[in-house]
Design a protein around this ligand. Structure first.
Ligand code: ZN
Length: 509
């Protein structure tokens, strides 16, 4: 079975069949129903997510002799000729092979003539960003005064390379990667139609590899079918799936996180002996670290698909340290192919990742509070500790009242608490803006008052150097925010009171 057979065979023939692009299907259908179609569309988005398929659907829907609610009937002569690729009025141009201005001129010349059979002539220009400047200029002239019977659908994976003048003449649609769940559903449908049995973990692996591209997913599924077995397990699929060993990848990261350099290097050399594709291995390390980072920063209550002890280990690391690991593994890409020993760059990355400075999990010392310092160093440290407790309680209280602020609260850290001011810093503009909104400010002030027991002004500042270490690490454990129990309320509140008294004494005395 050739790799594109399934993609062609199961190409959606109605807008209702399109997956992952419901927002576009909905708008197009409504335009077709109202006969308000544009003369030029620009479809942008990753490869294999349905841009050309949608262009063909559009061509069919506007030419169909018996459309139903905007959908093509797929039975009339117009529909049949388009489906079978024999309609003279539908022109598909691959701009990657049509960069010459002469070729596009020919096409444009062609657009002047009335359609030979259909209502509309449709020009589908794929990878339109590949056109030369001269070709774009010629196209622009046509788009400025499009013939009434012509429709242009331009598709691109790199919209930033399409001139603004062209973009402004088109109705634009942004195609999305297809969600994993929708893609898996589609693959299962095809498996059933083709009378195969494919294990769920094979489907999951294909979906993971396809990264939102329906074309890629179906191409890999086609290769799996080609194995010649009616019932396919992951072990069999492994023969054709371009995968590295995920379990080994996770074990390697775990060794790095636990600073076990010897185990990490041993893991690596075992992979080299197995003849694994080192670039794929590195990519899997990066993907797994990224999953871990998202888990850590965005959705701590949603465990990613990885072994539980790795998720646990990741949870003990600050996001910035995971970012650092990502940077190390990203930086070696160019060296893997060029190195006389292909495994050397990976080994160096492992050594750097497990270096003393990065691997240590001892909390970094807390930054000194610079404004209005308290008498001595020791007291300062104690004060900072209490500051964290105060802040944690504030976070809990505000998150409970406004869960939407929970993430932003995690991205900031308290800097200092002076007589009437609680200073908070954050390295991200977005979160500063969110927390500076009137409602958020009111909630923060309210929480500060209820926890410190006195009115304090909450000052939020953007500080690009603000570190996100200890405070966030602790607070992650309490997500989603738990209601404050009576016990924790009374405990730290007392110490907060003591702190407050100490501060006041320091200034008055
Ligand atoms: Zn039709």
């Amino acid at each position: 079975m050739s790799s594109n057979t399934l993609y062609r065979k199961y190409r959606p023939q109605t807008f209702a069949d399109l997956i992952g692009q419901e927002h576009i299907a909905h708008t197009l259908l409504s335009e077709i129903q109202k006969s308000q179609i544009s003369h030029a569309y620009l479809f942008s988005g990753p490869r294999g997510v349905g841009k050309t398929t949608t262009a063909r659907l559009l061509a069919k829907a506007i030419n169909c002799l018996k459309p139903k609610n905007g959908e093509p009937d797929n039975q009339c002569e117009a529909c049949m000729s388009i489906t079978q690729g024999r309609a003279l009025d539908i022109l598909e141009i691959d701009a990657a092979s049509y960069t010459g201005v002469d070729n596009i001129r020919e096409v444009i010349e062609h657009s002047r003539f009335t359609p030979s059979n259909l209502k509309y002539k449709v020009f589908i220009v794929d990878e339109v960003h590949m056109l030369s400047t001269a070709a774009f200029n010629a196209l622009l002239k046509t788009l400025e005064e499009p013939p009434a019977h012509a429709l242009f659908v331009l598709a691109t994976t790199e919209i930033h390379k399409v001139p603004e003048t062209i973009q402004s003449r088109c109705q634009k649609f942004d195609f999305h990667r297809i969600p994993a769940e929708a893609l898996a559903r589609r693959l299962r449908m095809i498996v059933k139609q083709e009378n195969f049995t494919v294990d769920d973990n094979v489907i999951e692996e294909i979906v993971r590899l396809a990264d939102g591209s329906s074309r890629d997913a179906e191409s890999v599924l086609g290769q799996v079918f080609a194995l010649g077995e009616k019932k396919i397990t992951l072990e069999q699929a492994d023969l054709v799936l371009p995968r590295s060993n995920q379990a080994a990848v996770e074990q390697l990261i775990l060794s790095i996180l636990t600073n076990d350099r010897a185990a990490a290097l041993k893991n690596l050399s075992a992979q080299v002996e197995n003849g694994i594709d080192l670039e794929a291995y590195r990519n899997d390390i990066i993907r797994t670290l990224r999953d871990g980072l998202l888990y850590r920063v965005v959705s701590p209550n949603l465990r990613p698909q990885m072994q539980p002890n790795l998720a646990e280990a990741l949870n003990a690391f600050t996001p910035l340290k995971i970012v650092k690991l990502l940077e190390i593994f990203l930086s070696i890409q160019q060296y893997i192919l060029a190195s006389p020993l292909p495994q050397l760059p990976l080994e160096l990355a492992v050594i750097e990742s497990t270096s003393e400075k990065l691997g240590t999990q001892t909390p970094d010392p807390l930054p000194e509070s610079k404004t209005k310092p308290i008498e001595t160093q020791t007291e300062n440290a104690a004060a900072d500790l209490n500051l964290i407790q105060i802040w944690e309680q504030m976070m809990e209280e505000v998150s409970r009242k406004a869960p939407a602020l929970a993430l932003s609260l995690k991205m900031v850290r308290p800097k200092s608490l002076s007589q009437d001011e609680l200073q908070i810093v954050c390295p991200f503009t977005l979160h500063v803006e969110k927390l500076n909104a009137p409602k958020a400010r009111a909630l923060l002030a309210e929480a500060a008052k209820s926890i410190i027991g006195k009115k304090a002004k909450v000052i939020l500042e953007l500080d690009l150097n603000a570190r996100l270490d200890n405070v966030n690490l602790k607070s992650q454990n309490s997500y989603p925010p738990k209601p404050v129990s009576q016990e924790t309320k009374s405990g730290p509140r007392n110490s907060a009171d003591q702190l407050w008294d100490k501060i006041v004494n320091a200034f008055e005395g």
